[in-house]
Design a protein around this ligand. Structure first.
Ligand SMILES: [Zn+2]
Length: 412
């Protein structure tokens, strides 16, 4: 099962207020005559046309190399375009823009460093994110937005207590902010359960479990996890950059923390959460669910945009083959478009059919096009292509063609 973690909404930074053909930027007013390159660049910035401004400023052959105004305007334009791209989910491109803004800025600018931090966070370069964020907070120590991101980095690193204290400070700066309140409430609840858990760290995972109760279980899970990242990584051509948190609960704690339906045997919501404690240990079942949830983690690291639920759940179930082969479960086919969003609200019987159909579609895909093609499909979606375009690239067929062929195959 997969649920994506929703981050606090990013505020859109606009370039500084630009009036007529004069611009206020970095504490100075930049003036230019109408019709000159500088004047046209200011006009473009005014209109929010960052591409246009960059084009004019970068290609102006008559520019005076000692005129700092050009650099300031160029930095504004790159910073503005960076935020536009960041809000659209194009993190690689946004990162490049912020980098160019930084090169041109005469003095370090808060919005550029915050942008660099956000991009690094979303691209899973946590050490870089931390570094840029420290710089941003140095430039603007009372920014609730920067504090919120700092809390998110702590949270992603499994440091719940630090995350809570960071978000508490952010809320003091921005009282009543719903997004921060939501993050804080969730983290406090988790801290109540996991505060006393034992923590074990490996290169790829931070594992947390009730050390008193489940010492044996913890050791077994660590053992299984060692192969999970290489198994799934080799299938999906994925190399993990940051450790993933894995938390083992009793069934009661699991329901309390995740609000997952009764039929769920694991969740990925940014962390892998498994109800496994306080009972009999079935090693095969545990291995299957860890491969399954880790696959969700890989897919959601690769693709920051929407992933159809049938693909997400189909691939996750397919990867359980490392633990055990799933038997075929009968289902009455429905269009894949009706399996687009999460299955969590379905009752157990309907969910079972939805999972079975998802697995059937992915199995057909792998049998026909191969595992490498599946990994390419996911990578293309990660570049922002929708699934049908990505499939044309990875398999040479569109989604409707794929669905038609698979249906025909089912009918045989
Ligand atoms: Zn799943």
């Amino acid at each position: 099962m997969a649920r994506k973690i929703f981050l606090a909404a990013l505020a859109v930074f606009s370039a500084a207020l630009l009036l007529g053909e004069s611009a206020r930027a970095d504490g100075r007013v930049i003036k230019a005559q109408a019709g000159t390159a500088k004047g046209r660049a200011i006009q473009a910035l005014n209109a929010g046309d960052f591409d246009g401004a960059i084009k004019i400023l970068e290609s102006d052959g008559s520019r005076d190399p000692f005129d700092d105004d050009y650099k300031v305007l160029l930095a504004q334009a790159y910073d503005g375009r960076g935020w536009k791209r960041l809000n659209a989910g194009d993190f690689d491109e946004a990162f490049d823009d912020f980098g160019k803004a930084r090169l041109n800025e005469p003095a370090k600018k808060f919005s550029t460093y915050l942008g660099l931090a956000y991009c690094s966070y979303r691209l899973e370069h946590m050490d870089d994110a931390q570094g840029y964020l420290d710089e941003a907070l140095y430039l603007n120590p009372s920014s609730a937005q920067a504090m919120t991101l700092k809390g998110q980095i702590y949270y992603q690193r499994g440091r719940l207590r630090d995350a809570v204290s960071e978000w508490e400070q952010a809320l003091q700066e921005k009282p009543g902010d719903r997004a921060i309140q939501g993050l804080l409430a969730k983290a406090r609840k988790e801290l109540g359960v996991e505060g006393s858990f034992t923590r074990k760290e490996t290169y790829n995972f931070n594992l947390k479990y009730d050390g008193e109760e489940d010492r044996k279980l913890g050791e077994l899970v660590l053992d299984i996890l060692q192969s999970v990242s290489s198994d799934v990584g080799s299938d999906l051509d994925f190399y993990q950059k940051e450790p993933i948190n894995v938390i083992l609960y009793t069934r009661r704690q699991f329901v309390d923390i995740t609000d997952a339906p009764a039929w769920s045997d694991g969740v990925f919501d940014g962390n892998i959460r498994i109800p496994a404690g306080g009972g009999m240990i079935d090693k095969t079942a545990l291995s299957a669910v860890l491969h399954h949830e880790y696959t969700h983690a890989v897919i959601h690291t690769e693709v920051s945009g929407h992933v159809p639920a049938w693909l997400d759940e189909g691939v996750a179930q397919y990867e359980e083959h490392w633990a055990k082969k799933r038997g075929a479960v009968g289902f009455t086919p429905v269009p894949l478009s009706s399996l687009d969003s999460t299955f969590v609200s379905m009752d157990a019987a309907r969910a079972r059919e939805a999972y079975a159909e998802s697995l059937s579609a992915v199995r057909y895909y792998v049998n026909r096009f191969g595992m490498y093609s599946l990994s390419q499909l996911i990578k293309e979606m990660g570049k922002g292509e929708d699934i049908s375009e990505a499939m044309k690239y990875a398999a040479g067929v569109s989604l409707p063609e794929f669905e038609r062929d698979w249906r025909e195959d089912l009918g045989r």
